[in-house]
Design a protein around this ligand. Structure first.
Ligand code: COA
Length: 311
């Protein structure tokens, strides 16, 4: 059985961690030569001071994933010309597919965002499906730039940027979410003051339920979209779980830019990754444009939804 990886800590490497950085980075380069633009032979020959220099650079930060004194993962962020670049991402084979890569990316992205950069970018080799899936799940999208991998020009790599992220909502997002719910012809008549404590109570309830996820789309640090995903258990279809999408909203100022499609595609991928057999939703009859939207995303209006309002 896979060992629990929750006892792995993500720690920032300090100026005295040159030797440590050397060790984990060289292991990464030896383990995954086709994932990186650099090579083991190149970096194994670096003079010792070079590793400390890397750590001392004012625009660079390194984090290791560590357990019991052993480093099992690495990520770096470098700031350059107003943009942040995520580099050197690696998780040791024995620690993979347990969320360590995800935590490293989150740590790196959080720091990069805190510096106020407008763009966070990275390069990933096209055939590196694990890395691409990891980054896609975090909201990275291809920028269109491609190049041959410097260490192995037979491989192509593509550039990805994060200007949009999808994440679970936090308490402080609640007023922005309620404002989006209220900002349409149906919502206007049924929502109240975004600061009403009943919204906060409902948020805590959703947040505590492992079958519920209130999601926000954050673009350039601003909440611009929301949806609620609920994972419904059932007996039919051999006990399949289904994902229900509710309360989808894109902020008025951000509509018409493809954000809604990205949100739903992300939700469908998330449901698929969780093992759901189906994604379902209902949409009010008075929203024909929403129906066209779901049609284009591959949904079929196969059912008639009934509601009984209990006032
Ligand atoms: C890419 C890499 C860093 C992922 O690290 P990891 O700790 O295994 O990733 P996580 O467990 O956090 O996975 C996060 C998401 O990535 C995706 N993912 C990770 N490994 C995957 C795989 N083998 N196949 C498909 N998707 C994968 C999944 O979407 C996963 O989300 P889920 O668990 O909710 O399904 C790791 O495979 C690695 O170090 N590879 C070699 C080096 C490398 O490719 N570095 C990237 C350079 S750009």
């Amino acid at each position: 059985m896979m060992r629990d990886m929750r006892d792995i800590e993500i720690v920032q490497l300090g100026p005295d961690d040159g030797e440590r950085l050397r060790e984990v980075r060289l292991r990464a380069l030896r383990d995954s030569p086709d994932a990186f633009g650099s090579s083991y032979d190149r970096e194994a020959g670096f003079p010792p001071g070079r590793w400390a220099e890397r750590l001392a650079g004012p625009g660079s930060r390194y984090w290791a994933a560590t357990r019991d004194g052993a480093d099992l993962g690495l990520v770096c962020v470098r700031l350059e010309e107003g943009a942040a670049h995520l580099l050197s991402m690696w998780v040791a084979p024995e620690a993979r597919q347990a969320g360590v890569g995800s935590r490293l990316v989150d740590t790196a992205v959080e720091w990069a965002r805190s510096t106020g950069v407008e763009e966070i970018g990275l390069w990933a080799v096209d055939r590196n499906h694990a890395a691409r899936a990891l980054y896609a799940g975090k909201g990275f999208t291809p920028s269109g730039k491609v190049m041959a991998l410097p260490s192995n020009p037979a491989l192509m790599e593509s550039h990805y940027v994060l200007s949009l992220i999808f994440r679970r909502a936090r308490k402080e997002d609640v007023p922005a979410i309620v404002a989006m719910l209220a900002d349409d012809h149906l919502g206007a008549g049924r929502e109240g003051d975004p600061g009403d404590e009943r919204y906060l109570a409902a948020f805590e309830h959703i947040d505590a339920n492992p079958r519920d996820e209130l999601i926000v789309a954050e673009q350039d640090g601003k909440v611009v979209g929301t949806m609620q995903l609920t994972y419904l258990a059932g007996l039919s279809r051999l006990g399949a779980e289904r994902c229900q999408i509710e309360a989808v909203r894109v902020a008025a100022a951000t509509r018409g830019q493809g954000l809604g499609g990205k949100m739903i595609t992300w939700a469908v991928d998330r449901a698929r990754a969780r093992g759901c057999a189906m994604v379902q939703l209902t949409s009010d009859r008075s929203r024909p444009e929403a129906h066209r939207f779901y049609d284009t995303l591959g949904f079929t209006a196969s059912h008639v939804g009934y509601k009984l309002n209990l006032g």
